[in-house]
Design a protein around this ligand. Structure first.
Ligand code: ACO
Length: 331
């Protein structure tokens, strides 16, 4: 596992926005849809409820709402954005990029725009690209978004997957650090040998589009993914803090991708991070893929758990398999 300290101009998160659809789908309602129980879901995953978008909602629509909130929070004008990216596990189409729809809706007239596909790791991959572009002077301010309408790619008759996911979007404005060190280090990776653990459709080896799968759905090997995730989170935490010249004991707050409460607890234990320094909000949203980290940051801020100068560890993993972690000083 490789990790690198950041070089060049330091960047930071300048603004944060989220959008969560209104409709709440609780475990009790799922009990009436599939053979499951609130007890099983809470015990195995930590999830109590998730939000789902109205049928026909596009992922880019959620992206626009989160993006607008992030711009307002950062106090940044739309014209100042040089680069906009949208990551998603439930993109609206192969093209045009959702980022181009967002660019139009938000008036980001000076931005170049593209989508990024790295499943749940997408938002941190975007943040890494924004960091590199800003550090090297190719952009000054970037908008990175994760947007999901996962409810439309679920098989609502498959209890092993439909209880896990939720819809939401999150956005970060990234720019030169105004105070402190900003982003200090990165750990980025992928293991394509395990591509078949999490797939979309029955024809994973060819792809749903190649075989014109009429009704593809999210499928996964939960047990294998679980074991990978615990080990991966713990190793990333060690690698990325070491790359910054620090230890996990220096981390004030661990903000992990929210896929399963037990994964987070086991990984934190293995890495030596006490649970009072870990953010968990999966109980209210389920796994919202690319949106989990902005959502968790928003909730941590609302609970008064984020202070200027705090050392924050962000970490994610997802289909591919892919992973990413970064260590940053909160602005
Ligand atoms: N309700 C009740 N029983 C269930 C349910 C359910 N919703 N789902 C599965 N079960 C049953 C299974 O059928 C199995 O029954 P059996 O023993 O009679 O065969 C039993 O529960 C145990 O199943 P396991 O899959 O072994 O359960 P496990 O403890 O591993 O939990 C889970 C399953 C929650 C999916 C876990 O493996 C997990 O969280 N894995 C990681 C998921 C993840 O991180 N995904 C991220 C990717 S999301 C993305 O990329 C968009």
């Amino acid at each position: 596992m490789r990790a690198f300290p950041t070089l060049g101009r330091q960047t930071a998160i300048l603004g944060l926005g989220v959008h969560v659809p209104e409709r709440v789908l609780g475990n009790a309602e799922l009990e009436r849809m599939v053979d499951t129980s609130d007890e099983w879901i809470v015990e195995r995953t930590g999830i109590r409820e998730r939000h789902v978008a109205e049928p026909g909602t596009a992922s880019f629509e959620l992206a626009v709402k989160a993006g607008r909130e992030a711009l307002d929070a950062a106090g940044v004008e739309p014209e100042a954005i040089d680069l906009v990216m949208v990551a998603s596990s439930s993109p609206d189409a192969p093209f045009p990029a959702m980022a181009c729809r967002v660019q139009e809706c938000l008036g980001l007239v000076n931005a170049w725009a593209f989508d990024l596909l790295a499943a749940c790791t997408g938002l941190l991959y975007e943040l890494a690209i924004a960091d590199a572009m800003i550090a090297s002077g190719r952009a000054r301010t970037a908008l990175v978004i994760g947007a999901e309408v996962l409810s439309r790619i679920l098989d609502w008759g498959d209890r092993s997957t439909c209880v896990l996911l939720g819809d939401a979007a999150g956005a970060l404005v990234v720019g030169p650090a105004r105070h402190g060190a900003g982003i200090r280090s990165w750990c980025l990776g992928a293991d394509g040998r395990q591509w078949d653990l999490l797939v979309y459709g029955d024809h994973a080896h060819k792809g749903a589009y190649a075989v014109r799968d009429p009704d593809p759905h999210f499928k996964m090997n939960g047990r294998e993914t679980y074991m990978f995730a615990v080990d991966n989170f713990a190793r990333q935490a060690l690698a990325v803090t070491e790359a910054a010249g620090l230890t996990v004991g220096d981390v004030d707050l661990f903000v992990p991708h929210q896929a399963n409460r037990r994964i987070i607890e086991s990984a934190a234990r293995r890495a030596g991070i006490a649970m009072d320094r870990v953010v968990i909000n999966i109980d209210r949203y389920g796994n919202t893929s690319t949106a989990t980290i902005p959502l968790a940051l928003r909730d941590a801020a609302a609970e008064g758990r984020l202070h200027p100068g705090d050392r924050i560890l962000l970490a994610s993993f997802g289909a591919g398999l892919t992973w990413a972690a970064c260590l940053l000083d909160w602005e």
